[in-house]
Design a protein around this ligand. Structure first.
Ligand code: GDP
Length: 446
């Protein structure tokens, strides 16, 4: 029999109200034991909670009868005063009554197991709780609402239909040439393959929304990268000095731009060095910059002598930040800007010490991030787990398409495997360890 579980669902610590949740078969008897009598389902009732003759608190009590509850089981919520002692006394009373403290994500896991939501939606719940930006919130809510799952399910249904067609072609070869029947399954599979290709191309966008758009500040020592990073984030994250080579590693600072999460990194000055530790810093800086979504080359506008190094390294779409305009010569800046535009770079002239220039740069960056991450109107797959399974489905489908004209049986098997890959995303089929991994990322009480 299933245990009845309990947990504090709100953040621990002192607060106006704290919510303690209970779910499982012993819910009703637990509510009766604490309240004397159980309130009607779905009606909030004010009750004095008592345990062993001692009053614990005046609480608002809500009871749900399964399957019409979050977990699909009988469950209840106690809204108590949010003092530590109150919460402690209720939790220990529940433990005395034979209930067990929930594991992380166990309420949602039960909801999943009772068919209240699928695995992709459950991940949406976790993402919504973790959401810090407007874009993360929208994305997680879409996923929780099932928009993503509906798309996966639709694809899976199409695959199952095509599989049936292909198998029919094998089983009744007399009626028609199997190849000719199989040929009829092809257009649908081709359309599906195109949709999968698009979704995979969009995975990077979804992940950037969730994990952060990466902007690298690159440039020679003393160009002003640390000053710029501290200015943009309004924090003292990076050390600013006039000794070249102070930033020894990659300093990554999260910030929100235009409603999107951004990771801004100050990389160790990219240069040749004989110092081993510094060389490692340079290596990491290169790797971070290589992987960044946007690269800002910061140059000391006073002596733009590092242009030679830049010439091999810049890529169209990178930005050139001509810093220290307060002390630089206009002619030098004009010349650098002309060169940069010829290379396909965006150019920003500023002084990293000027607050208004930093505001302007922040808005330009926000627009660039929004441009890169908004767009496609369907929800993007957000995590690696989805991307891996989508890739798997894509490759089976590609093989099925190349086989379909030749070996109908093989094609049918590939289509079946593609459908199975998609089923794994929504958790229709999946081994225990995957479920364990997904739910262990939750907090207790969810
Ligand atoms: P990093 O090595 O690229 O991180 O460079 P820092 O941010 O440490 O800056 C190197 C030096 O340049 C420091 O002394 C900064 O105060 C100075 N600096 C940075 N930005 C400006 C600027 O816009 N104007 C002037 N005049 N000095 C700046």
């Amino acid at each position: 029999m299933t245990d009845t579980i309990f947990a504090l669902a709100t953040a621990p610590g002192r607060s106006a109200v704290a919510v303690v949740r209970v779910s499982g078969p012993a819910t009703l008897s637990t509510v009766k034991a604490l309240c004397g009598s159980a309130p009607s389902p779905r009606l909030a009732a004010l009750r004095t909670l008592r345990h062993e003759g001692v009053a614990l608190d005046e609480a608002l009590v809500l009871r749900f009868e399964g399957p019409a509850s979050y977990t699909g089981e009988d469950s209840a919520e106690f809204h108590v005063h949010g003092g530590r002692a109150v919460v402690e006394s209720l939790l220990s009373a529940l433990s005395d009554l034979g209930l067990r403290l929930a594991e992380p994500g166990e309420f949602t896991r039960r909801a999943f197991e009772n068919g209240k939501l699928d695995l992709a939606q459950a991940e949406g719940v976790a993402d919504l709780i973790d959401a810090e930006t407007e874009a993360q919130r929208r994305q997680a809510l879409g996923q929780l609402g099932g928009a993503l799952s509906q798309r996966y399910d639709r694809w899976r249904d199409l695959l199952v239909q095509s599989q049936a067609m292909l198998e029919a072609a094998v089983d009744f070869p007399d009626e028609d040439l199997p190849e000719a029947v199989a040929e009829r399954a092809r257009p649908a599979l081709r359309t599906l393959k195109a949709e999968l290709d698009l979704a995979l191309a969009d995975v990077a966008r979804g992940r950037r929304v969730r994990d952060g758009f990466r902007i690298a500040l690159i440039g020679a020592p003393n160009a002003g990268k640390s000053t710029l990073l501290n200015g943009l984030t309004e924090r003292e994250a990076a050390i600013v000095t006039d000794t070249p080579g102070t930033t020894r590693d990659v300093i990554e600072v999260p910030l929100v731009l235009g409603g999107y999460k951004v990771l801004l990194a100050d990389t160790a000055g990219i240069r040749d060095t004989s110092d081993a530790i510094e060389a490692e810093g340079v290596r990491r800086a290169r790797a971070w910059a290589e992987d960044a979504d946007l690269r800002l080359w910061v140059v000391d506008g006073f002596h733009v002598k590092h242009r030679v190094e830049l010439e091999d390294a810049v890529r169209p779409g990178d930005w050139l930040v001509l810093n220290k305009v307060d002390i630089a010569q206009t002619l030098t800046l004009d010349e650098a800007e002309r060169w940069a535009r010829g290379e396909g770079l965006e150019v920003v002239r500023l002084s990293a010490r000027s607050a208004s220039a930093l505001d302007d740069l922040r808005s330009r960056l926000a627009a660039a991030v929004a441009d890169a991450l908004s767009g496609a109107d369907f929800p993007a797959a957000t995590c690696l787990r989805h991307a891996e399974r989508l890739r798997e489905a894509q490759s089976y489908l590609a093989r099925a398409l190349s086989d379909a004209g030749l070996e109908v049986e093989l094609a049918a098997e590939d289509v079946r495997l593609a459908a199975r890959a998609l089923e794994k995303i929504t958790g229709r089929v999946d081994p225990e360890d995957v479920l364990g991994r997904v739910f262990s990322t939750f907090c207790i009480g969810k």
